[in-house]
Design a protein. Structure first.
Length: 196
């Protein structure tokens, strides 16, 4: 067994993958989302903390509540996508550490300060957002991640308990007509990597 993804898999996840801006009407099933999650849950987070929480927006009423919080450039495509996921960080992720990090029974108590806990949760959930997008691609679907929304309004609308903070909204489905913008340039290795 090779420990390197073949070129086709690398292309699917990275080189040929694009952010989709339109989708077909083909539904995204619960089974497809379950398969995505069952893959990405294995990607690493600090202390195996897994602070990402996902809200799938399926009903027309919930979709309209979400669209009302989106920036003007994101409203129409969010309304039209077969499925939309709100990705958020759980500020109380440490309550799950006895389950997710069982070999350190006192790990929950390592986060007594709320500000540090929120920062740790947001950082690790942001990692999981990236994993989620790759998982959508690995499932043969397209992702349209967006940060163009009113975070305060969206948090109040979907996370009124104050225990979560939204990080991204992702449209999910099969790419539709004219789904892709032209690819923007990428920085080259020498522009990014320094050896010391």
């Amino acid at each position: 067994m090779s420990l390197v993804l073949d070129k086709e898999a690398q292309d699917l996840l990275f080189r040929e993958a694009r952010t989709a801006n339109s989708f077909t009407s083909e539904p995204v099933t619960d089974e497809q989302v379950q398969a995505i999650y069952d893959l990405v849950k294995y990607a690493p987070t600090a202390l195996n903390s897994q602070p990402l929480r996902i809200v799938l927006v399926r009903t027309p009423e919930a979709r309209q509540r979400l669209v009302d919080t989106m920036g003007d450039g994101n409203k129409a495509k969010t309304l039209a996508a077969p499925l939309v996921a709100i990705l958020a960080a759980d500020h109380d992720f440490h309550d799950e550490l006895p389950k997710t990090f069982p070999h350190a029974p006192g790990a929950r108590d390592w986060f007594p300060e709320e500000a540090a806990r929120i920062q740790t949760g947001r950082f690790n959930a942001a990692l999981q957002v990236g994993y989620f997008i790759l998982g959508v691609r690995a499932a043969g679907l397209a992702a349209g991640p967006m940060a163009g929304f009113d975070a305060e309004r969206l948090n109040k609308e979907f996370f009124g308990d104050g225990r979560h903070s939204v990080l991204a909204v992702v449209n999910i489905g099969r790419p539709g007509e004219n789904a892709w913008f032209n690819r923007n340039p990428r920085l080259e290795y020498a522009e990014v990597v320094t050896t010391v």
